[in-house]
Design a binder for this molecule. Sequence first.
Ligand code: NAD
Ligand code: MG
Length: 335
Amino acid sequence: MKKENSIMSRRQALKGMGTTVATLVVAPAIGTEANVSTNRNINVLENPVDKYPQPPYPKQKQPHPGLASKMDPLPDHGEKSYKGSGRLTGRKALITGGDSGIGRAAAIAYAREGADVVINYLPAEEPDAKEVIALIKEAGRKAVAVPGDITDKNFCKELVERTVAELGGLDLLVNNAGYQKSNPSILDISDDSFDATMKTNIYALFWITKAALPHLPAGSSIIATASVQAYDPGENLFDYAQTKAANVAYVKSLAKQLGPKGIRVNGVAPGPVWTALQVCGGQEQDKLENFGGDSPLQRAGQPAELASIFVQLADNGASFSTGQIYGAAGGGGHP
Ligand code: NAD
Ligand code: MG
């Protein structure tokens, strides 16, 4: 959060202002935080095409799992913008991969909507996690950090038990953590890498869900983060795409199983979103430069742009929605 204004450079802010907005916003403050919040307060229309940085993005590489706080430009997780309205008051949420990216955006939104939140992440991500914990506390909610590796079956059980003990229950489970490694050919995928992808993206959901189920009361919501890769697999994401298709099947099958118990199960299928996953080997460097550039909105999405979807799927108001996959891909992909 050190460089929050870098998410929208002055050049991009200027480029991004439609004429109407530009007349409402007085220079020289264009692109500053105060200015952006003024826009939000008066609910000015925002053009999604130039709302956020557009390609080309700077090439950059971090070792896995990477830190959102080291990305350029910094992702927007809604730190400055998400405003709650009590939609999840009193809810008890567990979010895997809640330190950064899409999971962090969900964690911030959930807390501001009134939920207590446990986040799980890998120990190397502690600096990102600390920022999220502080933001949840700032929202006046209970925040619990449970670092650990979800490819370990025993840890998955501990994670759920710890959540239930700390929050006094669990009614909102977000299986969001994921591992993505780009490989040009199936011949480049080692058994270890294949195993890590399967364990993180499929086994962990199985283990965490089994541990959580006995604790989930009727009215609970389970949400899985799938991907457009489930529907249109990229040639370089052979193993990852299969796991994301598995996540869709997880949602569709489990929703049928748990519907009669009053537990809803839904998924989110993002397209290209500007997160650490992509700069830690999830994407080739040449593809990173134009990440999302081919979509109708001509840019990568930001995690903050998915937060309201995770809120909606968790909310009691969505009580007839289960077994659904909600897409957010800038106009391309499926569903
Ligand atoms: P991210 O790197 O910010 O989040 C992924 C998180 O997964 C990490 O922060 C890490 O805490 C967690 N994780 C990975 N391996 C783990 C392990 N072994 N144990 C515990 N935690 C582990 O990136 P993101 O893009 O926000 O990813 C969130 C989800 O979104 C993933 O499931 C990913 O597949 C999915 N997704 C992302 C995109 C995209 O373009 N960014 C597109 C479609 C789907
Ligand atoms: Mg992370």
